[in-house]
Design a protein around this ligand. Structure first.
Ligand SMILES: [Zn+2]
Ligand SMILES: [Zn+2]
Length: 259
């Protein structure tokens, strides 16, 4: 049985859990180690039950406690080479034994999961998302996306569940107090994904068998959970027999079972 949950998600910090019958892996560790331990404890998972941490990219909201957790709890960390390079000093704090390197677009195994990392359009060294396979199910995690390219769609299609970024509402962003250059960065093709684009993507994936989506990485300033949900739903053109949820910023979502 494959399960997943967002421990924390938003522009302030991200960490996600994927669970099989026997294993647990984290995707990113972008909040304090205490917060991650607290969230896992609330799910009855101890740190020695965490098999690995996979890293999407080196931005601070994804790696804040990566080295601390790896060191303290002796947990292996998986990242591609350019991300390791971009982590700089932080990567030196992780023991060589716990430093694992994968190649984007090459399958690898972690515990009883099969992982396929695919690249994502974002302004980091070599950002990626993950397809994770177990028990005949496929789940995709795709966050920090400036846009959704055809290539990206090819990778995330046919998943039963997806954790997809819905970062901002374009109208709120336009009027927000963010500096002009930051607004440009967010809405660029290597920035973040709008609610509307997330909705169009999910509507397309739904026709290919998607039945669950968790909206993640909402901006604190330029979005609201209700608005993200409504906007995404409004992009669906046909009957919506799909479960769509919004990941809370400061506490874990419920544990979803992939079906
Ligand atoms: Zn980022
Ligand atoms: Zn981010």
């Amino acid at each position: 049985m494959l399960k997943y949950c967002s421990l924390y998600s938003g522009s302030t910090g991200n960490s996600f859990l994927v669970q099989s019958n026997n294993s647990n892996i984290l995707i990113d560790a972008g909040v304090s180690s205490k917060k991650i331990v607290d969230a896992l404890t609330s799910l009855n998972i101890s740190m020695d039950q965490v098999n690995a941490i996979l890293v999407t990219h080196e931005h601070i909201d994804h790696i804040k406690s990566l080295a601390t957790i790896s060191k303290k709890y002796n947990i292996p960390v998986y990242a591609n080479q350019k991300t390791w390079n971009a982590l700089g000093d932080l990567s030196n704090k992780i023991s060589n034994d716990n430093k694992k390197t994968f190649n984007t677009f090459e399958n690898f195994k972690v515990a009883d999961f099969e992982i396929f990392p695919f690249n994502t359009p974002h302004d980091a060294a070599e950002p990626c998302g993950f397809n994770i396979y177990n028990s005949g199910k496929k789940i995709s995690i795709a966050t920090d996306l400036g846009c959704v390219t055809k290539e990206l769609l090819e990778h995330i299609k046919n998943s039963s569940s997806i954790l997809l970024e819905a970062n901002y509402d374009p109208n709120i962003l336009k009027c927000s107090r963010y500096p002009f250059l930051l607004k440009q960065r967010i809405s660029s093709n290597i920035g973040h994904l709008s609610n509307n684009s997330a909705g169009k993507t999910l509507s397309y994936l739904y026709k290919l068998g998607l039945n669950q989506a968790l909206l993640i990485h909402l901006s604190k300033e330029n979005n609201f959970p209700e608005l993200a949900y409504e906007t995404v739903l409004s992009e669906f053109t046909e009957h919506k027999n799909i479960s769509i949820n919004v990941a809370p910023r400061d506490n874990p979502s419920r544990l979803f079972e992939v079906c």
